[in-house]
Structures are given as C-alpha cells and as structure tokens.
Design a protein around this ligand. Structure first.
Ligand SMILES: Nc1ncnc2c1ncn2[C@@H]1O[C@H](COP(=O)(O)OP(=O)(O)OP(=O)(O)O)[C@@H](O)[C@H]1O
Ligand SMILES: [Mg+2]
Length: 275
C-alpha cells in the first residue's frame, strides 16, 4: 500500500468546557479515496473535520499529512490549509469578503497567484458550481444553498488535494444536489481525495469507497459500504438507518441474495428483474 495522504494515530480531543469530543481516533486515508463519515448528532464528525486542516489541535495522538507530522506552527498550518480544504457545515462561519467574486478569488490571490490567474480560477469554479450570476452579490445575503455552493467554490479555487465537506447536501435543492454529485464525481476522477459527512446512508452506499461510523467521539466501524451499511442492528444502535436499497435486498428470496449487494436502485432493479 502507498503512504497514506492522511494518517491519524491515537488522536483525542476535549473542548475546553465540554466532554471529550474525539477519543483515540486511528484513521488512514489514501490519496483519491472517497470517504463517507456517518454518525448521529454530536458524534464528533465536525470536530474530526476541524482536525484535518489543523483548526483544532489534538490533546494527544498525532496527525501526519502526506508523510509529514503536523507540528501546529504557523508555517506548517498555512501549508496544510492549502492542501486540505474543509467546507464547514454552517457557511456563514466561513465568509469574510464583500462579494462572491472576492470570496472565490481570495484563496488563489493569497497563495500568490497573479490577478489574471486568480480570475481564471474564479471563472473555472463559477462554471463548475453554476455561480456566474452570483459573482457581484454579497455572500451573507444569499440563500443557504447558494452560500454552500459559494463556499465550496472558494475552497476549490485553491485546487486542494483533499476536499472535506461537512454535510454538503443539506439545503441543496434536487437539481443542485444532482449537479453537486456530478461535480464530486469529476473531482474524484481528477484524483482528489474527498471526505464528507452525511446522514443519508443510501447516498453513502452509492458514493463512498469506505464508510466510517463515529459514535460518542470514537470510530466504531470502518469498511466497505455494502458490508457496513448492511448491518441493520449495528446501524440502529448508533442511531442510523440501513439504506432502503439494502432493506429491500434483505427481503428478497434467499437465492437472489447470492448476487452481490446492490449499491443503488439500478443495481437492485437488475437483481429483481432476474426473478
Ligand atoms: N465549541 C464547542 N465547545 C464545546 N463542546 C463542543 C463544541 N463543539 C462541539 N462540541 C461537543 O463536541 C461533541 C461533538 O460535536 P460535533 O459538532 O463534532 O458533532 P457532529 O457529529 O458534527 O454533530 P452534528 O451531526 O449535529 O453536526 C458534542 O458533544 C458537542 O456538544
Ligand atoms: Mg457536525
């Protein structure tokens, strides 16, 4: 196996006035992997994501990125944040420019790109995220779904190696959700490592290479989606549901369950059509 892009060992973290939010996390992620992080409210997903770009510093354990141990000095963190983009759950917490254009060009300019090159990056992400008609708008006054798209664009304009998305589909209408899924597929094909949290186990089944289940700050399960997401009793014990596609599969006559478990409706239909 190659050296992992992200390598976390024994990481624990407690908020100053709270309980331990992450406990003894071990997690290795390879370049190009698609990881879905699942877990009920308060299980530690957002806290884990804030670790990935160094916004939070662990109390114990270590974090290596691309083979280098993060030392949490300023230069180290600046370098890490160029490579790991974390799009948080609440878009308002991450805006600071007066216009969408300013938001999208800030990262590239900050990385030292010329105005022309930054403008080209803005053009690319506005096309990819359908933002061209919003460029002169004030980010704080956009709708929730528009804000999420702008924020994602602001990070993508820096061309990170790892894109971390905290519940990116929350608040997107069906058309923008479809567009966003297609965008994630394209980014994956271009080699990007993508980590996202979601409460939608059906989507995780379809999209992820690996699923991770967090509960009370601990990784309880990690593995292939059709294995992890087929275990109804385990999922229920962590407040999660088995995806409908796998529920239906589990109810099929036993000889049909010898087909490998379906990952989406199309695959399920194929199994059923062989009856
Ligand atoms: N700033 C904070 N100060 C103190 N405790 C916090 C803070 N942020 C989160 N916590 C606590 O840390 C734990 C993990 O919270 P976190 O936000 O990471 O969960 P989550 O899995 O992202 O939940 P959700 O699905 O609701 O977004 C929870 O017990 C939460 O109450
Ligand atoms: Mg969260």
């Amino acid at each position: 196996m190659n050296q992992p892009m992200i390598d976390i060992q024994g990481l624990s973290f407690r908020y100053p006035e709270g309980n331990e939010a992450l406990h003894n996390i071990d997690l290795s992620i390879q370049q190009g992997e698609r990881i879905a992080v699942l877990g009920s409210n308060g299980s530690g997903k957002s806290t884990l994501f804030l670790m990935l770009n160094g916004l939070l510093k662990p109390d114990s354990g270590c974090y290596c990125f691309d083979g280098k141990k993060i030392n949490y000095k300023k230069a180290d963190l600046t370098a890490l944040r160029k490579r790991v983009a974390v799009v948080m759950q609440d878009p308002d917490s991450q805006f600071f420019a007066h216009t969408v254009y300013g938001e999208l060009s800030f990262g590239p300019l900050n990385m030292g790109l010329s105005r022309n090159n930054a403008a080209q990056r803005v053009e690319e992400v506005s096309q990819r995220l359908n933002l061209a008609n919003l460029l002169t708008r004030q980010p704080q006054l956009l709708s929730f779904g528009q804000k999420k798209r702008v924020l994602t664009g602001a990070f993508l304009s820096m061309k990170p190696d790892v894109l971390v998305l905290d519940e990116p589909f929350a608040g997107l209408d069906p058309q923008h959700a479809t567009n966003f899924r297609e965008l994630l597929d394209r980014l994956h094909n271009e080699g990007m490592t993508i980590i996202q949290s979601t409460h939608d186990t059906g989507y995780a089944l379809e999209w992820a290479d690996r699923v991770i289940i967090l509960h009370e700050g601990k990784i309880m399960e990690a593995g292939h989606p059709t294995v992890i997401l087929n275990n109804e009793a385990m999922l229920q014990s962590f407040g999660l549901n088995r995806p409908t596609v796998l529920d239906i599969y589990a109810g099929l006559p036993l000889h049909l369950q010898t087909y490998s478990a379906p990952r989406n409706v199309e695959e399920l239909k194929q199994i059923i059509s062989s009856i």
